[in-house]
Write a protein that binds this ligand. Structure first.
Ligand SMILES: *[C@@H]1O[C@H](CO)[C@@H](O)[C@H](O)[C@H]1NC(C)=O
Ligand SMILES: *[C@@H]1O[C@H](CO)[C@@H](O)[C@H](O)[C@H]1NC(C)=O
Ligand SMILES: *[C@@H]1O[C@H](CO)[C@@H](O)[C@H](O)[C@H]1NC(C)=O
Ligand SMILES: *[C@@H]1O[C@H](CO)[C@@H](O)[C@H](O)[C@H]1NC(C)=O
Ligand SMILES: *[C@@H]1O[C@H](CO)[C@@H](O)[C@H](O)[C@H]1NC(C)=O
Ligand SMILES: *[C@@H]1O[C@H](CO)[C@@H](O)[C@H](O)[C@H]1NC(C)=O
Ligand SMILES: *[C@@H]1O[C@H](CO)[C@@H](O)[C@H](O)[C@H]1NC(C)=O
Ligand SMILES: *[C@@H]1O[C@H](CO)[C@@H](O)[C@H](O)[C@H]1NC(C)=O
Ligand SMILES: *[C@@H]1O[C@H](CO)[C@@H](O)[C@H](O)[C@H]1NC(C)=O
Ligand SMILES: *[C@@H]1O[C@H](CO)[C@@H](O)[C@H](O)[C@H]1NC(C)=O
Ligand SMILES: *[C@@H]1O[C@H](CO)[C@@H](O)[C@H](O)[C@H]1NC(C)=O
Ligand SMILES: *[C@@H]1O[C@H](CO)[C@@H](O)[C@H](O)[C@H]1NC(C)=O
Length: 463
């Protein structure tokens, strides 16, 4: 009996000692973290200086309460204007699951010692001033689900061993100065749901087995220097609802044939590349599509009228391509788009659109906000019914062959900020109703054949 008691006592004593030591070492690690925070203008860390408070009660600190009482499990101090650096001692908080220090002014490096945080699930250091490279060691944090180092000044390459982070759900490295390629190993992170590597200087191709990321819903690779052809696998994501590969150096025909496997796609952006080919009819099968951005490429052919079958299409940007329209049937797409009752943005500028502007231009959704068709060879005239677009903020038609007069109903477009009709063949008088457009801050009408004097009302316009 006594033996058992003695055993129990020894055991508990040992356990207590262990607890105590980790208790104090966690505290030491936090004190070390605080010691390199040089400015805390909001007094966010005031409680950290209160001797009568246990460190688990310090602001932003949480501790576990079951198997490992008083071990620090999370450190959440975001948006507190903290200035300083990241203490490597944080890596001594071996029970840490969550570090969120986003939206501060933390500079210096991401300590490689963080690689020892094997329980870390969430590391969010977004929007600070971190520099140096992403430590390859971070790929040892095997529990990481949520890694956000975006909006910093990180340089160098994304660690090749990234694929070791097999539990990652969300990876955000955007808005840094990262170079090199997208590591091939990324295709091993099949748990990834959201990947944002945009606004860096990444080069090379998009890994062509990227469709192995079968759970990926959000893929943002825009504003990099990615090159090569688009692999058909890029259009083989059954979960993807958002893909943006805009502003890169991708070229060649778009392998659209896989498109029927985009059942959830809502926003698809391929703008500002050197992509070729025609816009396929079957896009109408991507039935949830809301935004399609194909501008600034080398797309050819007619715009398929089938786009009008997309019930939720709100944004269609096709500017700066080599799309054609000449005959009434080529323009059928515009008639079809009148079915899209959510259409807000229609951008057709800088293409090879010719022939008569269909009267359906005045029959689009009343939600229209942006309508641009400048720098084409469009003839015909502006229908009086255009006055329906009470939410239109931008109407750009300059450098075309439009004739007739400006309908006075333009004066009903109360939201208009930009109206550009210069370089056409308009005639007649400039309607005085333009004086109604109080929001207007850009107006160009030059290079037309207007008659008579400019109405006195002009002086009230901010031109
Ligand atoms: C941890 O330290 C605090 C004082 O900082 C003390 O009150 C508490 O009893 C310690 N816990 C353990 C388990 O030693
Ligand atoms: C963190 O752990 C290392 C290695 O065990 C030790 O040398 C260092 O003093 C610890 N830092 C703090 C602040 O406790
Ligand atoms: C320290 O914390 C205790 C307990 O919350 C509080 O009563 C006391 O006012 C605090 N001291 C200071 C200087 O803030
Ligand atoms: C970044 O953090 C600063 C400071 O908290 C904040 O003012 C700014 O809005 C943040 N920027 C972004 C993009 O969140
Ligand atoms: C890198 O991470 C390992 C844990 O995987 C750790 O033991 C090592 O100390 C780390 N290296 C540095 C330089 O901190
Ligand atoms: C990752 O962090 C963000 C921001 O704190 C949060 O909204 C999201 O739910 C987290 N995701 C996971 C998988 O932890
Ligand atoms: C993916 O993981 C497997 C197994 O760990 C490994 O053999 C393979 O090389 C990895 N693929 C890439 C592209 O890194
Ligand atoms: C598309 O994905 C499926 C499984 O998700 C796969 O079997 C098929 O080979 C992929 N197709 C292409 C062209 O990559
Ligand atoms: C849409 O998908 C159906 C079924 O897969 C197919 O029969 C039809 O031809 C497709 N429509 C277009 C325009 O590609
Ligand atoms: C269109 O949007 C509405 C409202 O967001 C939604 O309920 C509907 O399911 C969408 N339609 C398609 C085909 O995705
Ligand atoms: C115009 O915009 C306002 C504010 O965004 C909105 O409430 C209204 O429904 C819009 N009108 C039309 C006709 O879409
Ligand atoms: C001028 O604007 C008012 C609304 O502020 C509108 O009722 C009126 O019809 C407009 N006049 C013309 C000529 O468009």
């Amino acid at each position: 009996m006594t033996r058992i008691l003695i055993f129990l006592l020894l055991c508990c004593k040992a356990a207590l000692a262990a607890m105590e030591s980790s208790n104090t070492s966690d505290q030491a690690a936090l004190v070390s973290f605080r010691s390199v925070i040089s400015d805390d203008p909001l007094g966010a860390l005031a409680s950290w200086r209160n001797q009568s408070l246990h460190h688990c009660q310090w602001a932003g600190v949480s501790c576990s309460n079951r198997q490992h009482p008083q071990r620090v499990t999370s450190l959440i101090l975001d948006s507190l204007m903290l200035t300083g650096t990241l203490s490597p001692s944080l890596a001594n908080l071996t029970f840490l699951q969550t570090i969120i220090l986003s939206n501060n002014y933390i500079s210096g490096i991401v300590p490689p010692e963080f690689g020892g945080l094997l329980r870390l699930q969430t590391l969010i250091l977004s929007n600070n001033s971190l520099s140096g490279e992403i430590p390859p060691n971070i790929t040892s944090c095997v529990s990481l689900q949520n890694l956000s180092l975006d909006t910093n000044m990180l340089i160098g390459e994304i660690p090749a061993e990234l694929g070791k982070l097999v539990n990652l759900v969300r990876l955000r490295l955007y808005a840094n100065k990262l170079t090199g390629v997208i590591p091939a190993s990324i295709v091993n992170i099949t748990s990834l749901v959201s990947l944002d590597l945009s606004e860096n200087s990444l080069q090379g191709e998009i890994p062509d087995t990227i469709d192995k990321l079968a759970n990926l819903g959000f893929l943002q690779l825009s504003i990099n220097s990615l090159s090569g052809k688009l692999s058909s696998t890029l259009f083989n994501f059954s979960f993807a609802y958002y893909i943006d590969v805009g502003m890169n150096q991708l070229y060649g025909e778009v392998p659209w044939n896989m498109g029927t496997n985009l059942p959830r796609m809502r926003r698809l952006y391929l703008y500002s590349n050197q992509l070729e080919g025609s816009i396929p009819k079957w896009l109408s099968n991507v039935s949830r599509l809301e935004r399609l951005g194909l501008e600034e490429n080398q797309f050819k052919g007619v715009v398929p009228a089938e786009l009008g079958m997309l019930p939720n299409l709100s944004w269609l940007a096709l500017g700066n391509n080599q799309l054609v329209a000449q005959t009434t049937s080529d323009w059928a797409f515009l008639d079809a788009l009148t079915n899209c009752s959510n259409l807000q943005i229609l951008e057709l500028s800088d293409n090879l659109f010719k022939g008569l502007l269909p009267s359906s231009i005045a029959n689009l959704s009343t939600q229209m906000q942006w309508l641009s068709m400048e720098n084409n060879q469009i003839a015909g005239s502006i229908p009086e019914e255009m006055g329906r677009y009470i939410n239109l903020t931008v109407l750009l038609m300059h450098n075309n062959l439009v004739t007739g007069s400006i309908p006075s109903s333009i004066g009903r477009l109360q939201s208009l900020h930009r109206l550009s009709l210069s370089g056409n063949k308009f005639s007649g008088e400039i309607p005085s109703s333009l004086g109604n457009l109080t929001q207007l801050n850009e107006l160009s009408l030059g290079g037309n054949g207007f008659e008579g004097s400019i109405p006195g009302v002009w002086v009230t316009l901010r031109i």
